[in-house]
Design a protein around this ligand. Structure first.
Ligand SMILES: [Cu+2]
Length: 158
């Protein structure tokens, strides 16, 4: 009687284990999770009202199975680039930004943004500004941000 119960339990457990395995696929096992795979898209800079200071927006995507940390952004055309988070009343400096596994982080109007200071030459409509994104556990990514009109909304041209 007791043995039969154990067999029944084993029979029940086996398909559950298989189901758990197939539904999580390759993504769940921490030991074998794939390294971060980062890409950046939609980088743009609204034409700034000040000649040497601008906001920058882009989307960072991680197709890897492990999170990555964005540790900083630089540009050969700016003295400094900081990562900011807008709140209702102010902007907070965020020295690092976590990019989750199989996830995206958007720097977009009203939220996260890049703050470019000391731009030289002053940005003109259609110009491209190089941005270098550094990560603590993945190769750096370089993108060209296009200077767009103030009314530009991302997603129109992709
Ligand atoms: Cu800011």
């Amino acid at each position: 009687m007791r043995r039969r119960a154990a067999l029944a339990a084993a029979a029940l457990a086996a398909p559950l284990a298989l189901a758990g395995c197939s539904s999580s696929g390759s993504a769940s096992g921490t030991a074998q999770a794939s390294p971060p795979r980062l890409s950046v898209s939609g980088a743009y800079i609204p034409l700034p009202s000040l000649p040497d200071m601008a906001a920058g927006y882009l989307v960072v995507r991680n197709d890897g199975g492990r999170a990555a940390t964005l540790t900083g952004v630089t540009s050969p055309q700016a003295q400094s680039v900081s990562m900011h988070q807008s709140t209702a009343s102010t902007m907070l400096d965020t020295p690092t930004v976590q990019i989750p596994a199989h996830g995206t982080v958007a720097f977009a109007r009203g939220g996260r943004h890049l703050m470019l200071m000391g731009l030289s030459p002053a940005p003109k409509l259609g110009a491209r500004i190089e941005l270098n994104l550094r990560f603590d556990d993945a190769a750096p990514v370089t993108v060209q941000a296009t200077v767009q009109p103030l009314t530009y909304q991302p997603g129109q041209s992709s």
